[in-house]
Design a protein around this ligand. Structure first.
Ligand code: ADP
Ligand code: NI
Length: 200
């Protein structure tokens, strides 16, 4: 058990090192939120919390949009330091590769599915809106009126998320967050097309 806490600590250090300097919406704070949400879902769904934690902490480290070679190498180094956990880390890494929304994978284990749900929940609601606009700003995308715009991303991805979740607890949490996306879009639509002067 002591070994496990040490591994979790080292996994956090690995994630921090990996994300230092990223501003594309993947960052250590995202990993912290996903970790917290995933543990919450895990308790409700009856998964193994030790595996869930590792997948959550490391889930974006193999992401193709960031530096996946660096991520794989960092996790390999973690395996050298914890040889007894090398097998588990290998499985964790494989599940991480199935989690990304853009890659369209489906995790094989309950713990992987829980982390995929937590990751997707962090893309909707107020936090999802904030991350979407951070991402768009980082990439130099337009706000609206373009096929790559931030608003287009709501229709391409965010509004579909609630129907892709695996667990009941995540679906429950998604309701409030999904409702906020619609509320936000509704408000935005009005602000993007302000009333003419004589109608004010
Ligand atoms: P994943 O790591 O699951 O593949 P992404 O990398 O696609 O997820 O997304 C990371 C964050 O960036 C999410 O909050 C997502 O909504 C946002 N994002 C991804 N692509 C775009 C885009 N084209 N426009 C705006 N936001 C985006
Ligand atoms: Ni993520």
């Amino acid at each position: 058990m002591e070994d496990h806490y040490e591994l979790i600590n080292e996994a956090w250090k690995t994630a921090e090192l990996y994300f230092s300097g990223d501003s594309s919406g993947h960052d250590i704070d995202h990993s912290r939120r996903v970790h917290k949400l995933a543990l919450h879902l895990c308790h409700a769904e009856g998964g193994k919390s030790s595996i869930t934690e590792l997948i959550a902490i490391l889930h974006d480290i193999g992401d193709h949009k960031l530096d996946s070679d660096k991520g794989t190498e960092l996790i390999r180094q973690l395996g050298y330091r914890f040889p007894a956990k090398a097998g588990i880390l290998h499985e964790v890494l494989e599940e991480c590769a199935r989690i990304s929304f853009s890659k369209g994978g489906i995790p094989l284990t309950l713990e992987g599915k829980i982390v995929q749900d937590a990751d997707r929940l962090d893309s909707i609601g107020a936090i999802g809106v904030a991350r979407c606009f951070m991402f768009a700003g980082n990439r130099g995308h337009r706000l609206t009126d373009d096929r790559r715009s931030a608003v287009q991303h709501f229709y391409d991805k965010l509004l579909k998320i609630k129907d892709t979740l695996h667990t009941d607890r995540a679906r429950q949490e998604a309701e409030r967050r999904h409702a906020f996306l619609n509320l936000f879009l509704n408000e935005l639509e009005q602000d993007l097309d302000p009333p003419a002067e004589n109608n004010l």
